[in-house]
Design a protein around this ligand. Structure first.
Ligand SMILES: [Zn+2]
Length: 118
């Protein structure tokens, strides 16, 4: 399990790196980053002055790798499919739960929009 933990970390970190490069002109080569050897503390420092939804998701995915809950749906606790995780390594709900969550969030979005806060 320790081996795959590093492998998962590497996948998430490479997604994180792509995201940083794309959105923040992130140029740092960071071998330790891509090899998964970077510590969570260093990652937090790296991300401390950047913040967006996707970064949060990826950072949270790393925390779940550490805590051993990565790859399980946070709704029904069932393991996520490999295909789902390949599509999005930060994924945390299975298709069935996502469906029921998005039904719910659509309802709440509607409320936000009608509120007209902008
Ligand atoms: Zn689920």
């Amino acid at each position: 399990m320790a081996h795959s933990k590093i492998a998962i970390r590497r996948v998430i970190l490479s997604n994180l790196f792509d995201h940083l490069k794309l959105n923040y002109d992130f140029e740092r080569p960071a071998e330790s980053f891509l090899s998964g050897q970077i510590s969570d503390r260093e990652i937090d420092i790296l991300l401390s002055y950047k913040s967006d939804h996707r970064l949060g998701e990826l950072r949270e995915a790393l925390a779940r790798v550490e805590s051993g809950t990565y790859g399980r749906c946070i709704g029904c606790k069932q393991p996520l499919s490999r295909a789902d995780l390949q599509q999005d390594p930060a994924r945390r709900v299975c298709s069935a739960c996502e469906h029921s969550f998005s039904m719910r969030s659509q309802t709440s979005h509607a409320t936000v929009f009608s509120g007209g806060s902008r």
